[in-house]
Design a protein around this ligand. Structure first.
Ligand code: NAP
Ligand code: ZN
Ligand code: ZN
Length: 349
């Protein structure tokens, strides 16, 4: 077992602070990874603050993990020392249910074992990527694209796949109109990926402050939701609406922007139930759906797609000592467009 430096939340009300714990000794199918970078997902804020449910503390967050293989177990076949690899939101699953066998491990019947704030098969709490190393079974390890810098590729492991999967599932491509609500970590990847797939992409943001960025990322349209005219202008316009917002917004009003048979997909995870009126659903045979990350094979497909289309995340790299400040900026929608922690900074604390 190796001593591992990290940053953890000691309780739901404490800021993140230096913390040391032990990673399990690598087993024969395990890959031992030296973490170079870890993205900060809004989920890390929900979870360290008990926003969704009672968490396991101390909690080391982080599920956009990019690093280099430091060692492999005797039976590992996919990776070798020195490979650039990634780990996303889960590190194991039951491996036997229909979802696991069908490549949808994220929907495992027994619930996948999430990268942090969960318990592994031995009952030990899982600890995430704000740390110097991680040990993961090779089946749940991804190969990072050679053509992308490792820091800017890290957010693909959650923000990238969370948008790629619904874009694919609902058939985004030429001739399809896709709206992305919220231009943050998830949203900016939605714009890049939707554009790369050939869809017409429109950003719905709280204001026009990020308009130039939206266009640069590949958006065809950009509208402020603070302007009521946006909702009259765009009523019934979209085939697919990808909603990344987790705050209290008027869900029915956004749903009406979908055309007949259109779908609004919840990707953001509000801390309270989402109230939706029946009329926007029935008057237009619209669907309200949800989607969570993606399976291992699909995540690899997304990484390769981003490598081919030169679609890394737009990032601001920070030392880990700035993590609490970064959380506050994310809560203010002041992130362009993903914070990534340079893990070398752990040695400075
Ligand atoms: P983020 O970087 O904070 O982006 C969210 C964006 O929502 C903001 O940048 C902002 O964009 C918009 N927004 C914020 N407050 C708003 C408000 N009051 N009204 C309207 N819009 C508002 O967060 P993220 O990392 O992208 O994550 C977003 C959500 O997705 C979180 O709830 C996270 O837990 C969840 N998530 C879900 C999955 C999944 O598998 N489904 C995976 C990862 C994350 P504008 O400034 O453009 O308005
Ligand atoms: Zn995430
Ligand atoms: Zn399963």
């Amino acid at each position: 077992m190796s001593k591992t430096k990290s940053y953890a939340a000691a309780s739901p009300s404490s800021p993140l602070a230096p913390f040391t714990f032990r990673r399990r000794a690598p087993r024969e199918h395990d890959v031992s990874i030296e973490i170079k970078y870890c993205g900060i997902c809004h989920t890390d804020i929900h979870q360290t603050r008990n926003g969704w449910f009672q968490g396991i503390f101390p909690m080391v967050p982080g599920h956009e993990i990019a690093g280099v293989v430091a060692g492999v177990g005797a039976k590992v076949t996919k990776f070798k020392q020195g490979d650039k690899v990634g780990v996303g939101c889960f590190v194991d699953s039951c491996r036997a249910c229909a979802q696991c066998s069908g490549g949808n491990e994220q929907y495992c019947d027994l619930v996948p074992i999430f990268t942090y704030n969960a318990r592994d098969k031995d009952g030990e709490p899982t600890m995430g990527g704000y740390s110097e190393r991680i040990v993961v079974d090779e089946h749940y390890v991804l190969r990072m694209p050679d053509s992308l810098p490792l820091d800017a590729a890290a957010p693909l492991l959650c923000a990238g796949i969370t948008l790629y999967s619904p874009l694919k599932h609902w058939g985004a491509g030429p001739g399809k109109r896709v709206a992305v609500i919220g231009l943050g970590g998830l949203g900016h990847m939605g714009v890049k990926l939707g554009h790369a797939m050939g869809a017409e992409v429109t950003v719905l943001s709280q204001s026009l402050k990020k308009q130039a960025d939206g266009k640069r990322l590949g958006a065809d349209g950009f509208f402020a939701t603070s302007d009521e005219a946006t909702f009259t202008k765009l009523k019934g316009y979209f085939d697919l609406i990808l909603n990344t917002v987790s705050s209290d917004i008027d869900w029915s009003k956004y749903l009406e922007l979908a055309k007949v048979d259109g779908t609004m997909v919840l990707l953001g995870v509000p801390e309270k139930p989402v109230p939706v009126g029946a009329f926007p659903l029935i008057a237009g045979r619209r669907s309200l759906a949800g989607s969570m990350i993606g399976g291992i094979a699909e995540t690899q497909e997304m990484l390769d797609f981003c490598g081919r289309h030169n679609a890394p995340a737009d990032i601001e790299t920070i030392p880990i000592q700035m993590v609490n400040e970064a959380y506050e900026r994310i809560l203010q929608s002041d992130v362009r467009y993903r914070f990534v922690i340079d893990m070398a900074s752990l040695n400075a604390s």
